[in-house]
Unconditional design. Structure first.
Length: 60
């Protein structure tokens, strides 16, 4: 492999690495968003459960 070919290969690998890094960052952000949404839904469920337990206790 010539020096010119090696430099071109290095450029291509760097570009590919940058592309993969950007894709990973995008997926990480999406995961964080979904995790926050899941936490919100979990808290909602906890509140509904507590409300249901309270209503059940009042009904006894």
């Amino acid at each position: 492999m010539t020096i010119k070919e090696a430099k071109k290969r290095r450029e291509n690998l760097r570009a590919e690495g940058s592309k993969l890094y950007a894709e990973g960052s995008k997926l990480y952000a999406e995961g964080s968003k979904l995790r926050a949404e899941g936490s919100k839904l979990y808290a909602e469920g906890e509140n509904l459960h507590a409300e249901g337990s309270k209503l059940y206790a009042e009904g006894e």
